[in-house]
Design a protein around this ligand. Structure first.
Ligand code: FMN
Ligand code: COI
Length: 390
């Protein structure tokens, strides 16, 4: 991995190593992928106003998030079925995060059960829950997370139904996976991946195993169960019910405006994640960066604000922090890291970002994260991204 300089390099290695259907599942977004592209363009449209002669010989990028000290302001976002990207999946990711002094958020749809990840690391992890209609299963999952030592629950609110990831439909990446000459060729032409990933333990939504009496345990039936549990009429009262049940910290994910940020605080959230699910759910909603300052203005003094969507550089991290986030999460980049080099690939991702964050702090003139505020960022109208650059 010596020639990998950037997170985009990691993406290209992942693209070579993974079957197209797996790469596109990770890389893709919903419908026309407008929101997916917008997430990047929002960073490319903004610039810094450097403050000269105001940094220090050593910069400090540590932050405190909901009472936890993190060595770097980057957490791993919850992503389902990570073992598709590489062996170890969520366990490898949690170990990498722990090694770099931060945490991962384990998805409800993770391919390693939360208890197993918890046993493989000392640092307590976070756990993500979907807005399920079935309270018995929801509370059972919270109990499992608590028993696994989870400190912070992330309740994802932007999945009333699944977004239309059209790359997946076209590639046969559906439930069940469509096996035809094209998908078979796709897998067979990536023998190293097939050997490493498909010959290991069966890839399945491990948290759901045994959750529902009498429910089958095949990968397809568990994925189907996950889908069928989604509840389009989930309400703020349901959020309050989770709040009352979960004694730890509660973070609401998918907040895209001041009004929902206010409702989150009213429902008892300790924090929110400004996120559009990496452009995988609603298309034609804004870049998450474009609503961050609004959310910060509304609830910045009452709850902690985290951010995800399109972070690919240290400059992006510093910009999001300057605009009001306490820390950021990355989704696709750690999956690319896992595909490129397992746990060391995820560590590599952290190392690239940390080095870039440190250099950016020095170049914009900040000694620590606490020095950053919106005055470091210029908002430029229009975009610098050409069609060709995409
Ligand atoms: C392959 C994949 C699976 C995901 N699975 C989940 C999930 O299970 N739960 C969830 O809340 N978000 C999920 N997300 C969204 C991420 O948590 C995060 O919001 C998003 O990836 C951030 O954008 P980024 O990929 O540009 O960093 C997933 C994202 C990807 C790419
Ligand atoms: C594995 C899926 C259930 C999760 C996913 O793709 C997502 O939430 O974006």
């Amino acid at each position: 991995m010596g020639d990998i300089l950037t997170l985009d390099d990691l993406r290209l290695v992942a693209k070579r190593r993974l079957p197209r259907m797996v790469f596109d599942f990770i890389d893709g977004g919903a419908e026309d992928e407008r929101t997916l592209r917008a997430n990047r363009e929002a960073f490319e449209r903004r610039t810094f106003e450097p403050r000269l002669l105001s940094t220090a010989a050593e910069r400090d990028q540590s932050v405190t998030v909901l009472g936890e000290r993190l060595a770097t302001p980057v957490l791993l976002a919850p992503t389902g079925l990570s073992r598709l990207a590489g062996p170890g999946g969520e366990t490898a990711a949690a170990k990498a995060a722990q090694k770099r002094g931060t945490v991962s958020v384990i998805s409800s749809a993770s391919s390693v059960a939360v208890g197993e990840v918890g046993r493989s690391v000392e640092r307590p992890q976070w756990f993500q829950l979907y807005p399920w209609g079935d309270w018995e299963l929801t509370s059972a999952l919270m109990d499992r997370a608590k028993a696994a030592g989870v400190t912070t629950l992330v309740l994802t609110l932007d999945v009333p139904v699944t977004g239309a990831r059209e790359r997946d439909y076209r590639n046969g990446m559906t439930i069940p996976v469509r096996i035809n000459p094209r998908t078979a060729f796709d897998v067979l032409s990536h023998p190293a991946w097939a050997l490493k990933v498909l010959t290991g333990k069966r890839i399945t939504m491990a948290n759901l195993v045994g959750l529902r009496e009498g429910h089958g345990s095949s990968a397809a039936s568990l994925a189907q169960l996950n889908l069928s549990l989604l509840n389009p009429s989930y309400s703020w009262d349901d959020v309050r019910r989770v709040r009352d049940y979960w004694a730890g910290r509660l973070v609401l994910k998918g907040i895209m405006g001041a009004a929902d940020a206010r409702r989150s605080v009213d429902a008892g959230a300790d924090g929110v994640i400004v996120s559009n699910h990496g452009g995988r759910q609603a298309d034609a909603i804004p870049a998450s960066l474009d609503v961050l300052a609004d959310v910060a203005a509304e609830i910045g003094t009452e709850a902690e604000i985290l951010f995800d969507g399109g972070i690919r550089r240290g400059t992006d991290v510093v910009m999001a922090l300057a605009l009001g986030a306490r820390a950021v999460l990355v989704g696709r980049p750690w999956m690319y890291g896992l595909a490129a080099g397992g746990q060391s690939g995820v560590e590599k991702m952290f190392d690239i970002l940390s080095t870039e964050i440190d250099r950016t702090l020095a170049l914009v003139g900040a000694r620590s994260i606490a020095d950053l505020d919106a005055s470091f960022v210029r908002n430029r109208p229009g975009t610098f991204v050409s069609e060709a650059a995409r």
